[in-house]
Design a protein around this ligand. Structure first.
Ligand code: 6R9
Length: 647
């Protein structure tokens, strides 16, 4: 069966930074001679003290360690801002589009952004923030969020951004895990015309996070919010009083840059730690090659800064590369489903990078919303966050890109710092649904369940054979967990948690998570996290959560719930539990289906048979497999007979 292939358009092959021959030569060198390759790529960054050592990495228990450019010193903020002042100080660095199209946009030049960052860095210093201190950022998509990140990088503080859609409970957990004593927030956020009570959420979180003694509050909507004396500070007032002069700290390449919490297969989210030098090289290099980026082009990554994509491809990568980066506060369908493409036209965006879930939602609204707009400025489209189904890919290509724009389907993870598998627009023929081929320095391998390497075409667990500069360096506060999570499933390899197929052309097709992580609208959710939220409810005895296919979100959340003996479950309880999970974690964790069950299918040793629960949730009940090993096979009959009606 032949699948569609889209060859590299000839203009791209001729003008792109990397064509097919160059891709092949560079990838071969990056694997055969990593020292030489990365010594060269490492020079894309301005170092204060140049590195003399390039790579010092091992995935083995005895000498485990990941160090890149380890004797070099640099400042990432200076690489994103100061280095551009002489050549592009008056170029717009951040082009901000507010939630409402009726409100004015903001255009912040590199010079202005530099000044804003220096002032805010001094505000942080005035509050006693020092190198290595953790700063929690709980802000909406406003330029000040980027200012805050860059100010931390400037003074060597470690930022930990918590997505502004997370609940007070989730925020409190992330604040205490990294012992952050300062939180940056705004009065409210604004998304799709709805107000989000961010400051009130912080106040609620701090009841469980007593270590915080400073909250800096940005005015976004102007709402009247409670300010706690001696703790809460007004952002604008503090900035106005601060000096615009702040030297950039000299950081070691391996000094921490940021922590970002992400879900794994165990209950508690882990603080993924990235350091400075390798991350800088990786974010800058991948942004340049994957998007064929030339300084000054108008580039828009529609991700939120609360996710890793926002870190690497809204802020750090683009700014290091002298980009005009668009930052969008709103949502794709507000005030109507044309919004993305209206913003593309308004700013003459050349490169657009978005998530399949948004595309699927817009696709459902019909082509007219797209056709209403011109989109003639677009040259290149990108996709990230989850597998893009071929149907959505074709729609993106034909309807959004008018058959003119290559699509880079970029596979990567919070842990990888930047893109790992992706087409390069001037080098790679495209196959809808495939992330195609590895980035420089990336050696993907497929292993079978016994850990044997699969050669040629085949299906298996995706692992990465050697280190790359953007790799995470640790789990905050839990050194052992880093090694055990990623390097013990298959000794000697980085384990991605994803399943993958490789075809005859050596193209990679990510098939989705093979661990207990589900991907809801491109957001990672640990099933264990949702389960522990459910069992924290007084009426719930036990819960098991699995993914189910969902037309828009990719995967939906299907929860099986066993109630305490005296409880008679009904629709009211179902609603109560849904509200409870939203309250405990946030709206992104809202269960799509709750099925009440008197018992869950368990082995005789008490292990929940998730395979069966997944099959039922997927409505694939003809192949439940062997249920004879269950302690009580009749539970399955009950589950099948009482499935809630699925729309
Ligand atoms: C960047 C980001 C990582 C997980 C990853 C995989 C899925 C991301 C993908 C993709 C297929 C793509 N994923 N991009 N699957 N094709 N292009 O999303 O990081 O939030 O950590 O999620 O997302 O399952 O393992 P993160």
């Amino acid at each position: 069966m032949g699948e569609a292939i889209y060859p590299v358009p000839s203009d791209w092959a001729q003008t792109a930074l990397i064509d097919e021959a160059r891709y092949a030569a560079m990838h071969a060198r990056s694997v055969a001679d990593p020292e030489g390759f990365w010594a060269d790529e490492g020079r894309r960054i301005d170092w204060i003290k140049p590195f003399t050592k390039v790579k010092n990495t091992s995935y083995h228990k005895a000498d485990f360690g990941i160090r890149w450019f380890e004797d070099g010193t640099l400042n990432l903020c200076a690489n994103a801002l100061d280095r551009h002042l002489a050549t592009r100080g008056d170029q717009v660095a951040i082009l901000w589009e507010p939630d409402s199209p009726n409100d004015p946009e903001r255009r912040i030049t590199y010079r202005q952004l530099h000044e804003d960052v220096c002032r805010f860095a001094n505000v942080l210093k005035d509050q006693g923030v020092k190198r290595g201190d953790r700063v929690t950022i709980y802000l909406p998509m406003v330029p000040e969020a980027a200012v805050a990140m860059l100010a931390c990088a400037r003074i060597g503080a470690i930022h930990s951004i918590v997505f502004a859609g997370f609940s007070p409970e989730a925020l409190a957990g992330r604040i205490t895990d990294c012992d952050s004593r300062i939180v940056l927030t705004s009065d409210e956020g604004l998304r799709g015309g709805k107000k989000v009570p961010l400051k009130a959420n912080v106040d609620a979180a701090l009841a469980h996070a007593p270590g915080v003694d400073c909250v800096i509050v940005l005015r976004r909507t102007g709402a009247d919010v409670a300010m706690t004396p001696h703790r809460d500070i007004d952002w604008h007032t503090a900035v106005a009083a601060a000096s615009p002069d702040c030297p950039a700290e000299e950081m070691n390449a391996e000094d921490p840059l940021f922590i970002l919490y992400t879900s794994g297969s165990t209950g508690k989210p882990k603080g993924v730690l990235h350091t400075t030098g390798g991350y800088a090289v990786w974010a800058s290099m991948t942004h340049e090659y994957v998007f064929d980026y030339r300084p000054g082009q108008i580039y828009w990554c529609a991700a939120d800064i609360g996710w890793v994509t926002g870190h690497s491809y809204v802020v750090y990568g683009p700014l290091m590369n002298g980009a005009t980066t668009v930052m969008f506060e709103g949502v794709p369908n507000h005030p109507d489903p044309s919004r993305f493409w209206q913003v593309v036209d308004k700013f003459a965006v050349e490169i657009f990078y978005g998530a399949p879930t948004a595309l699927r939602a817009l696709m459902r609204e019909g082509d007219d919303w797209v056709h209403k707009t011109s989109r003639k400025s677009l040259r290149l489209l990108g996709s990230v966050g989850e597998p893009i189904n071929p149907e959505a890919w074709e729609w993106y290509h034909k309807v959004v890109g008018d058959n003119r724009c290559p699509i880079v389907d970029t596979w990567w993870q919070t842990e990888t710092g930047g893109v790992m598998i992706s087409p390069l627009p001037g080098a790679t023929a495209l196959k809808p649904g495939s992330a195609t081929r590895p980035m420089f320095g990336v050696q993907p391998l497929l292993l079978d369940n016994d850990g044997a390497v699969i050669e040629g075409a085949g299906d298996g667990c995706l692992v990465i054979a050697d280190s790359w500069p953007g790799q995470m360096r640790g789990v905050w506060g839990d050194e052992e967990r880093f090694f055990s999570t990623y390097f013990t499933t298959f000794a000697g390899y980085y384990f991605t948690g994803d399943g993958c197929r490789r075809d005859e052309d050596g193209y990679y097709w990510i098939t989705g998570r093979i661990d207990d992580v589900i991907n809801v609208s491109g957001h990672r959710m640990g099933t264990a996290e949702i389960e522990s939220a459910l069992v924290a409810h007084a009426k719930v005895a036990e819960a098991a959560v699995v993914g189910m296919p969902h037309e828009i979100k990719g995967q939906g959340i299907y929860a099986y719930v066993t109630c305490n003996a005296e409880i008679e479950p009904d629709d009211a309880l179902r609603k109560e539990l849904i509200a409870w999970v939203r309250h405990e974690i946030g709206p992104i964790a809202t269960p799509d289906v709750i099925q009440f069950a008197p018992g869950l299918p368990k082995t005789r040793s008490g292990k929940i048979m998730r395979r069966i629960l997944r099959k039922i949730a997927e409505n694939d009940v003809s192949s439940l497999g062997d249920t004879s090993t269950l302690a009580d096979p009749s539970v399955v009959d009950h589950l099948l007979a009482n499935r809630p009606h699925l729309a």
